[in-house]
Design a protein around this ligand. Structure first.
Ligand SMILES: [Ca+2]
Ligand SMILES: [Ca+2]
Ligand SMILES: [Ca+2]
Length: 288
């Protein structure tokens, strides 16, 4: 259900474990923060419509310049759907998802793991762009995670830019399967604000082997460290994190409903969530 497989033991650091074991009291109740809305590009992917809800799939000729919807669709293996350009069907940029429960090979390119979203830039560096458009005013927590899925990871060379209303918030380039890229930031949004995850072909100037898995999640108006859902961030929230961290998987029977400690909404409570939690915990209060 996630884009790249990471063994459970690698998701937990001994430092975090010691911290949680030594200093925390017993578990307390959980609750979801009021008025929080989770947008998950993978969970909400539509094979039927583009745009679909808050998500749209398009391309742009360079970072922050224009946005054109991908209006044609490719289907591989009966269940991997990819949006591409109607005037150049079959040629990237493409953006899509393997909607099945088994891996699917797309054309002569990589195997897309079950349930994974993937994009690929075009031959002339046409950038694949996943856009989230805010339906509400408030603040948005942006979570991005990417990693190459090419046949030979040594050849994965792409670049990633994250933008708000065409203004670049962050960028990275020339990563591969061994050096995945993760990003988090909180921004203020208004109705119609656009957050873009934009992918180009990287510093090697080639779009070969640039298929990249991604997770792109935006959480609106959620006090991410308020695990107890009472509107404040205090030690009871810190205590609530420990049992969830020990359970690890949101699907575990004992995990509280809604898995609120899974702050980046990837289905696991691990070191990544702890790092987000600590930042929010230090802020003490929920934003207005
Ligand atoms: Ca490349
Ligand atoms: Ca609380
Ligand atoms: Ca998580």
């Amino acid at each position: 259900m996630r884009d790249v497989a990471v063994p459970a033991q690698q998701r937990r650091s001994s430092t975090v474990r010691k911290l949680l074991t030594c200093c925390l009291a017993a578990s307390v109740g959980f609750g979801l923060a009021a008025n929080a809305t989770v947008f998950d590009a993978t969970a909400q992917f539509s094979a039927a419509n583009n745009p679909a809800g808050a998500w749209s799939y398009g391309w742009q000729p360079s970072v922050g310049s224009g946005f054109t919807l991908l209006t044609h669709q490719l289907i591989f293996g009966g269940g991997a759907y990819f949006w591409d350009r109607a005037n150049t069907p079959g040629t990237p940029p493409i953006i899509g998802k393997n909607t099945t429960d088994h891996p699917i090979v797309i054309a002569d390119n990589p195997t897309v793991p079950a349930g994974v979203s993937m994009f690929h830039p075009g031959p002339n560096n046409e950038r694949a762009v996943v856009r989230w458009t805010s339906p509400a005013a408030g603040y948005a927590d942006i979570f991005v995670h990417v990693g190459g899925v090419a046949i030979d990871p040594d050849y994965v060379s792409t670049d990633i830019a994250i933008l708000k209303d065409s203004v670049q918030l962050a960028a990275t380039s020339s990563y591969n399967n061994a050096s995945r890229y993760s990003y988090y930031r909180r921004v203020d949004v208004s109705p119609g604000s656009a957050i873009d995850l934009s992918q180009g072909f990287g510093t090697n100037g080639s779009y070969f082997n640039d298929s990249t898995a991604f997770r792109f999640t935006v959480v609106v108006n959620e006090c991410i460290a308020d695990l107890t859902g009472d509107g404040t961030v205090d030690d009871s929230d810190f205590s609530a994190f420990a049992p969830a961290y020990n359970l690890l998987e949101c699907s575990a029977p004992a995990m509280p409903a809604g898995c609120p400690a899974d702050i980046n909404h990837d289905g696991f409570v691990d070191d990544a969530d702890f790092s987000f939690f600590v930042v929010a915990y230090n802020a003490l209060i929920c934003p207005e």
